[in-house]
Design a protein around this ligand. Sequence first.
Ligand code: NAD
Ligand code: AHE
Ligand code: ZN
Length: 375
Amino acid sequence: MRTRAAVAVQAGKPLEIMEVNLAGPKAGEVLVEIKATGICHTDEFTLSGADPEGLFPAILGHEGAGVVVDVGPGVTSLKKGDHVIPLYTPECRTCPSCLSRKTNLCTSIRATQGQGLMPDGTSRFSTLDGDPILHYMGCSTFSNYTVLPEIALAKVREDAPFDKICYIGCGVTTGIGAVINTAKVEIGATAAVFGLGGIGLNVIQGLRLAGADKIIGVDLNPAKKEMAEKFGMTHFVNPKDCENVVQEIVNITKTPFDQIGGADYSFDCTGNVKVMRDALECTHRGWGQSIIIGVAPAGAVIETRPFQLVTGRVWKGTAFGGARGRTDVPKIVDWYMEGKIEIDSMITHQLKLDEINKGFDLMHAGESIRSVVVY
Ligand code: NAD
Ligand code: AHE
Ligand code: ZN
């Protein structure tokens, strides 16, 4: 079939909207009509050329929601008409990683996914001239129709609006999951969140759900303060307005009983390795945990004095908030529909596919939280 898609033809160039060919689903695969897709900073990261796994031409996008149109041979868990959210972290439930119960990082199709290919080593997308176009993160939601492996789709309830729940395909689950699954934050904890964008705000809403006391937000953009306060931020620090961010956070977390200070938990949602260091070093001596969510460019390295770890701080990372997609994503959709979590106000812009590059411009200008393309 033919479908309309925004194609990343080259690093650093705007996406090009065009008709492309899409081959039907093979064994174990599913054809999905994408109804809506968010634009995550990771799409921008790959388009910029900073992603060591970034390959071109490719159809980016990994934060979608849609409807099953057709299934390939052997597909048993999904049927035509099912509402689904694509999973860039699949859940096969049979690989050593899934069976370990220690990680959500299913490894069954990771190698081909990183090469922009389906599990059989080929692409379903091509130009009208027949040249292959690569998949991206196994999802390619910047195409109106896309093909995914069955294990990379979460079946969700049919009354949930696509233009909101697409955000659960990455940002919402990543932020809330980092708090609940990765850090396992407890009631009364203190936390610092670096970067108050589409991920950081969801970390903040996760911290509020978990019952954290002090929630300190850090961002260079003062315009992010108001929205973060609505989601539960109690203190705001702008690195431009203080001499030492780490000291500022330590001071905020001091109590009459505890004059050492330091956040119980911190989260990097910027992808900046200097910020990651601050995020580690602002945590409490003896038990502080810092969770890296941000994705850093090729070649970037993190550094700190080993003494920071010798004195009990823990550095961790998380992908997709530690969520097992087929199991956890339908539950997060329920939380949204039951009013336990908020999404609507974070979707600051709704665009048509033709306007998708505007979504990247809004992100660069710091004017959006999430832009969502509705097909
Ligand atoms: P975003 O652009 O919406 O937000 C980033 C925020 O960080 C902005 O508000 C920006 O002003 C702020 N910021 C930038 N530099 C800063 C600095 N030096 N100090 C303080 N604040 C700073 O991006 P997003 O969609 O929220 O994504 C955030 C990061 O998370 C990106 O690196 C993205 O690739 C990554 N990410 C990781 C996962 C995962 O599974 N680990 C999932 C989604 C996104
Ligand atoms: N390809 C990059 C790394 C990109 C990355 O870390 N991606 C996250 C998801 S970001 C979603 O917005 C992830 O899932 N990582 C685990 C994995 O297996 O990719 C690089 O540096 O090579
Ligand atoms: Zn993402």
